[in-house]
Each structure stands twice: as C-alpha cells, then as structure tokens.
Ligand binder design. Sequence first.
Ligand code: TYD
Length: 217
Amino acid sequence: MKGLFITFEGPDGSGKSTQLQLLAEKLTNDGLEPLVTREPGGTYISDKIRALLLDPEHKGMIHQTEVLLYAASRAQHVHEKIIPALQQNRIVLCDRYIDASIAYQAYGLGIDLDVVSLISQFASSGLKPSRSYFMDLPVELSRERLLSRNGGATGAGLDRIEQRDENYHSRVRQGFLNIAASEPERVKLVKADRPAHVIAEEIAEDFVKLYTPGLRS
Ligand code: TYD
C-alpha cells in the first residue's frame, strides 16, 4: 500500500494531540493535505462507539466489552477511512491506534497481551503504522495537566478512562515504554516535558526522514 500512516500516542495530558495538530499544520502548509483522524472514533459509526466507551456513566462496562468496543471502532475506522486514504497515496495522522489498546487494556487492565494483539490485528486487517510518536511524561505531571484542564482536583470533566486511578495510569505508561523498547524501528519516544515548539521541531525532523516525495500534494 502507498501513503504513509503515522500515529501519536501517550498518556492523557501528554500533549500528543497538540503535536499531531502542529505536524498537520506543517504538512498542510507544505501542500501535502494530510488526513487527520483519531481513535476511538474517526467515522460516524466509530464516533457512536467512542461515546459508549468514554461515557463516565458506563461504570458497569466489563473489560471484555471495553476491548471489543475499541476494536470495533478501529475496524470501522481502518476500513472505511484509513485504508482508502492510504490507497490514494495520502499521509494519515492518527491520534491513537493499536498501541493504546496494548497500553490501556493489556497493561492497564491486565488483559492477556496476546488476546488484545490478536483482536486488534483482526480489527485492523494487520495494518501497522510506519511511525508512532510516543509522548512520554511522568504520571504525576500528565495527571496534573489533565486535571487543570478538567475541573481541577475534582476532575469533574474527565472521561471514563481518565477517571481511573494513578496506579492504572502508571501501568499504562509502563506499557507504552515497553512497546517503545521492543519496537525501536517504528516507535520514537519523545520527552514531553519540554516546550511544545521544541518537541514539534524534533518530530518534524524525524518525519522528513520518513517522507518520500511523490506523496499526494
Ligand atoms: P483520547 O482521544 O486520547 O482522549 P481525549 O479526547 O481526551 O484526548 O482517547 C480517549 C481515551 O481512550 C483515552 O483515555 C485512551 C483510551 N483508549 C484506550 O483505552 N484504548 C484504545 O485502544 C484507544 C484507541 C484509546
């Protein structure tokens, strides 16, 4: 398949969405028309599944349901939106993907890693990103940033996953670090406790090495 598939990952509050937007702006200014999308979500059906997953009222959702809903959202998104864009030779920038299921569901919830991998592979028909940028930040810092954006210490605006405790989020961070260590070719670990423009430059420099002129402009 042509095109270039790039993902952004990291804990909630790590600044990954900001970095994705900054790279998207740069590519747009360069005339490259990237497709910007996100998980869970990205299509009409996937956005409905996102709402089910993140609703803080859905405290009764069991772990298996959570894994399968993330995968269901992904299946629809990959086949309806990402693969067609790559077939048109486009650059796709996606906010979260399979690594999030490994970190949040396998490491975070303690679900068998092979099970989560297999389900994710089925959902995505094996589509892997060419590069994944992992924003890394100590858990206390990412929680602080998240809370300051969402109603202070009460965390009133947090979604169902963000509401989980600090131990859960420490396991998620460790999950991301483990994936990064096991796939250094694909994953670029980015220290996220620096000014946004410094991080953006580092990502842009790395991106240039991946980019093959001739992708759609
Ligand atoms: P995200 O879009 O990053 O949240 P926000 O819009 O607040 O930036 O992701 C929503 C949540 O879903 C986030 O807490 C991470 C979680 N998530 C999983 O647990 N597993 C997954 O496979 C994905 C894609 C996300």
